[in-house]
Design a protein around this ligand. Structure first.
Ligand SMILES: [Zn+2]
Length: 200
């Protein structure tokens, strides 16, 4: 989203340029479709005026981070491969050798999953309010007046804001994967839109 800063404002004024071009849930191309409609591919009710944070589109926006993740995975694979060779060469009792192989393989799979995980959940900031989409069926909508100041809760690894008496949380990993800078951008974007009510 930050990369759009130097886009020509003349184009943006025409309308279509400022709207979502892909469904945030399934990635289907939405160009030319009405502002509010159901995605022809997955049926999800999309508002093309949404500013989407996290999820499929978020991962696409931060393509650079995606490549860094892949590079990290490749390097880690090489590291594990070297370890496996070392384990095979070093004389060890058969059981220990097998255990080490299992542990290294599990570490490799876990690292790969974290590096290549594409989060599906997202937060959409629309003209009317904030929408949290966990899946097509698990959608929560909040009017802007119901949304309190948002913050990144490091301890619980979530974005949290108050809505009435409830503390609403969005698990960071589910929406942003390991892209922590996107979390910060999202929190700031929410707070920019929230009308700060001077409560005390
Ligand atoms: Zn869709």
């Amino acid at each position: 989203m930050n990369g759009d800063a130097d886009a020509t404002p003349a184009v943006a004024a025409s309308g279509e340029a400022e709207l979502l071009t892909a469904c945030p849930l399934c990635g289907y191309v939405l160009t030319g479709l009405p502002v509010e409609h159901n995605c022809p591919e997955c049926g999800f009710a999309v508002d093309r005026r949404w500013e989407v944070h996290g999820g499929l589109l978020g991962a696409r926006v931060s393509r650079k981070r995606w490549h860094i993740g892949k590079l990290g995975f490749v390097l880690f694979s090489v590291y594990v491969a070297i370890w496996v060779i070392v384990i095979l060469l070093v004389p060890l009792p058969r059981f220990d050798r097998r255990m080490l192989m299992v542990i290294m393989t599990a570490a490799l799979l876990l690292a790969g999953w974290v590096a290549l995980y594409r989060p599906r959940q997202f937060i959409a900031l629309g003209p009317a309010g904030l929408v949290i989409v966990r899946s097509r069926k698990r959608v929560r909508r909040f009017a802007w007046r119901e949304v309190g100041h948002a913050q990144y809760d490091l301890l619980r690894k979530s974005i949290a804001f108050k809505s009435g008496d409830e503390v609403v949380r969005i698990k960071v990993f589910n929406a942003f994967g390991s892209d922590i800078s996107a979390v910060d951008t999202c929190v700031r974007a929410i707070n920019q839109k929230v009308r700060v009510l001077d409560s005390r």
